[in-house]
Write a protein that binds this ligand. Structure first.
Ligand code: FDA
Length: 341
């Protein structure tokens, strides 16, 4: 979970927080009232970082409902999913699940997992790149370790024209993540991209500072539990911020991955790219495996590039909890699966 950030300690020169900030993080609506959905989201995200809750939920296995969002516990299972999605005209992005490793040995293991994954995707000639979390590569052990590990993976991916995206995690990691991304781009690394989160006040200024690098950016709303000192607490503000960032990114020289399941935003993006004659070589839609699969296919049928993010591995708990928090109604199928046991 993200550390509470002190006022004035936002680490970037972004937009000021709204003056009428609610008293606590996500879950509190206008006038300080707690909305049931917001409260559920907040509680689920609090449990996402709890190792005891993880041990309990993991005991019940993928049958609890995680299999809807996780493309398998093994690489073989994920590769089979990717093969099927590719056949339907969907690009993929594979991620080895895991984050916040606390030892060099665990980070080294993650590097070996990604080395195998990159080799497998190339051998099978799949239309799939990879995404990686810096905390899985050891960011919380040491920034140099994560940088060295990522560089190893990029060196392996580059000769095969494989692309590596650095996921964005809690706000306390944004500075290190963007710093590393900038160093790589200014050092001439082409096969790397990262993610910007629309819920952070700082993101508009981060985007401006990255644009001269011709970046490949995935825009997301943001999935972590953040303080209202750093992130818009209200969904309407996050949605507005998303559209502004998207339009700015699309009219720049970079590549924009529009990662959302929000149909209104997707239709807005389609209208905007048409009006500004922005071709499909400059953007793609991205969605998560298991979320709005019909929408994914209908966009492909309309001729748009669509990438599905496919994650696999046994450390699915925090990822699964973030998917539940995005739509607390998902708790219903978790409940049904528990009762069915
Ligand atoms: P929103 O939450 O408004 O949802 C719009 C609609 O989509 C909902 O009404 C519902 O129909 C459907 N929907 C959304 N989430 C659902 C779910 N879990 N289950 C079922 N239906 C759902 N975040 C981050 O902080 N760092 C990152 O690196 C990434 N990476 C990333 C990659 C890709 C490819 C995607 C699509 C998303 C991410 N995210 C992320 C997650 C992102 O921040 C956000 O939490 C989710 O995409 C949900 O927000 P939407 O934009 O879909 O909109």
């Amino acid at each position: 979970m993200s550390d509470p950030v002190r006022p004035g300690d936002r680490g970037g020169a972004g937009v000021e927080p709204p003056a009428d900030l609610p008293p606590s993080a996500t879950g509190v609506g206008r006038r300080g009232r707690v909305s049931p959905a917001g409260l559920a989201r907040s509680l689920i995200l609090a449990a996402a970082g709890n190792r005891i809750a993880e041990a309990v939920v993991a005991r019940y296995g993928m049958r609890l409902g995680a299999s809807r969002f996780v493309a398998g516990e093994t690489m073989d299972e994920c590769v089979a999913v990717i093969r099927g999605l590719n056949r339907e005209g969907l690009r993929c992005n594979a991620t080895v699940l895991g984050e916040a490793v606390r030892s060099r040995a665990d980070a080294d293991q993650a590097v070996r997992d990604y080395q195998l994954l990159l080799a497998r995707l190339a051998d099978e000639q799949l239309t799939a790149n990879v995404a990686v979390k810096l905390t899985l590569l050891g960011l919380e052990v040491g920034a140099e370790l994560a940088e060295a590990n990522l560089t190893q993976l990029l060196d392996l991916a580059s000769p095969r024209q494989q692309f590596v995206r650095i996921d964005m995690e809690e706000s306390r990691h944004v500075e290190a993540t963007l710093g590393l991304y900038r160093r790589l781009r200014t050092g001439g690394v082409g096969n790397v991209g990262t993610v910007l989160q629309a819920y952070l006040y700082r993101t508009a200024s981060d985007l401006e500072s990255l644009l001269p690098l011709g970046p490949n950016l995935r825009l997301v709303k943001g999935a972590y539990r953040e303080s209202p000192q750093v992130a818009f607490p209200r969904k309407a503000d996050v949605d507005r911020s998303y559209v502004q960032l998207m339009e700015r990114a699309l009219t720049s020289s970079g590549y924009t991955a529009i990662a959302t399941h929000d149909e209104a935003i997707i239709e807005h993006a389609i209208g905007f790219t048409r009006a500004h004659r922005i071709g499909p070589d400059r953007f793609e839609f991205q969605m998560l495996y298991g979320v709005r699969p019909q929408l994914q296919r209908s966009l492909v049928a309309r001729g748009f590039p669509v990438l599905v993010a496919t994650s696999f591995g046994t450390r699915w708990y925090p990822f699964f909890m973030r998917r539940l928090a995005e739509r607390p109604a998902n708790l219903l199928f978790l409940g049904r699966n528990l009762l069915r046991r």
